[in-house]
Design a binder for this molecule. Structure first.
Ligand code: AMP
Ligand code: ZN
Length: 118
């Protein structure tokens, strides 16, 4: 069923506590943890606890939870003190954009000079 945990999904396993992660914040609807292969001094992934393949599917089915993910990313930016220097929130969508894990997630990147792509 839409939103249900998927047995083969790494991020569902992190939500369930079956795979360890460096969790920095958790809410009723989201989990935030450090990326295992950080691309910036602050590199945190914010995920919904429910399983949707990407940001579009999440936002369509559960707009309030999509909002929770965005709010958490912003609050973490402040907590990590990258809000003053600037940060980026990225949702890679599709293999062509570099998405490798098909459970919606926001990358929060900050703490260095971020390469300008857009
Ligand atoms: P994406 O390429 O947008 O799908 O992002 C997936 C991200 O998950 C990558 O930046 C990976 O480094 C990260 N990642 C993969 N496995 C883990 C893990 N076990 N714990 C934390 N981050 C992970
Ligand atoms: Zn999942």
């Amino acid at each position: 069923m839409a939103g249900e945990p998927q047995a083969d999904c790494l991020f569902c396993k992190i939500v369930a506590g079956e795979v360890p992660a460096t969790i920095v914040r958790e809410t009723e609807t989201t989990v935030a943890f450090r990326d295992i292969n950080p691309q910036a001094p602050t590199h945190i992934l914010v995920i919904p606890k429910v399983h949707y393949a990407n940001a579009r599917e999440l936002a369509t089915a559960e707009p309030a939870i999509a909002g929770d993910v965005l709010r958490e990313a912003g609050e973490l930016a402040a907590e990590e003190k990258v809000d003053t220097t600037g940060y980026r929130i990225v949702f890679n969508t599709g293999p062509g954009a570099g998405q490798t894990i098909f459970h919606a997630h926001a990358h929060l990147l900050g703490g260095c000079d971020l390469q300008r792509l857009v």
